[in-house]
Design a protein around this ligand. Structure first.
Ligand SMILES: [Zn+2]
Length: 268
């Protein structure tokens, strides 16, 4: 499932490949991923020229001179650049550009391909509700967001309306690096724990971005990233030794989700 690092990589590649290209045609095989009737969606985008691309939470935003094409792959899927030849079999939305390049977009289950008019991102019903982007989050932001709340720190970190971009692939190592038990009440964190948490979020996501994203997701060229299980510290490693203290990593229930922790390094 693509998370923030994979979207950062994708947005950077989209920017490099698409800026300056004009959209010539839009085809749709799965209309339910759109936020507009198919004809209106196509009409909004055909003729538009790409001027940029950026990541926001788990959305890849392609900016044109007529508004945004906002992509969210949900539980998975691919955004592939196709130069010549047939589109990959599983395409659901295809965008053709004036130089012959095409974008083939597919979704593993459900996702979104939305047209957003210029200036309307903030009022988009999903993108407009995203919290602070995880990569630009500092310790002071974290403290201001959750420092006064009594709920569990893990659930706040995963709440996209507070902090956008942290998902299940990275949450376990982030909490481990910060030395925090996932069930810690947010309002019990000390200043130095907030500092450590902000650093852990940044370091964990950056490490994956530098490796081109995870080995489970593909980029614009269909290549998988290089961030895999050997890069993880405690995530999905139940029974293995903690890399810091050697204690056995445990998989525990935390509300409706599971967490991987070192019981010694992340005491409650
Ligand atoms: Zn440990």
């Amino acid at each position: 499932m693509p998370e923030l690092p994979e979207i950062v990589v994708l947005a950077s590649q989209l920017r490099g490949e698409l800026v300056g290209k004009r959209i010539e045609a839009v085809r749709v095989r799965q209309p339910k991923v759109l936020n507009l009737p198919e004809a209106e969606f196509a009409q909004a985008l055909v003729g538009a020229t790409v001027i940029g691309s950026e990541q926001r939470g788990k959305w890849a935003l392609i900016e044109t001179d007529r508004g945004w094409l906002a992509l969210n792959q949900g539980l998975g899927g691919e955004v592939l650049l196709v130069r010549g030849g047939d589109l990959p079999e599983k395409w659901r939305v295809a965008i053709a550009f004036d130089d012959g390049d095409r974008l083939a977009i597919s979704f593993a289950w459900v996702g979104h391909a939305h047209y957003v008019p210029p200036g309307a991102l903030a009022s988009h019903p999903m993108i407009g509700k995203l919290g602070v982007d995880a990569l630009s989050l500092g310790a002071d932001d974290l403290r201001a967001l959750v420092g006064g709340r009594r709920g569990r720190i893990k659930s706040y970190l995963l709440d996209q309306s507070l902090i956008a971009g942290i998902g299940n692939a990275y949450i376990h190592d982030i909490l481990f690096m910060a030395g925090l038990h996932p069930l810690r009440a947010a309002n019990t964190l000390t200043d130095s724990e907030f500092d450590a948490l902000a650093r852990a979020i940044h370091d964990s996501l950056r490490a994956s971005i530098e490796k081109g994203g995870s080995v489970w997701d593909v980029d614009l060229y269909g290549r998988t990233g290089a961030y895999g299980p050997e890069d993880m510290l405690v995530g999905y490693k139940a029974g293995q030794p903690c890399p810091r203290c050697g204690a056995q990593i445990a998989k525990i229930k935390t509300g409706s989700t599971s967490s991987y922790i070192c019981p010694r390094c992340q005491a409650t």
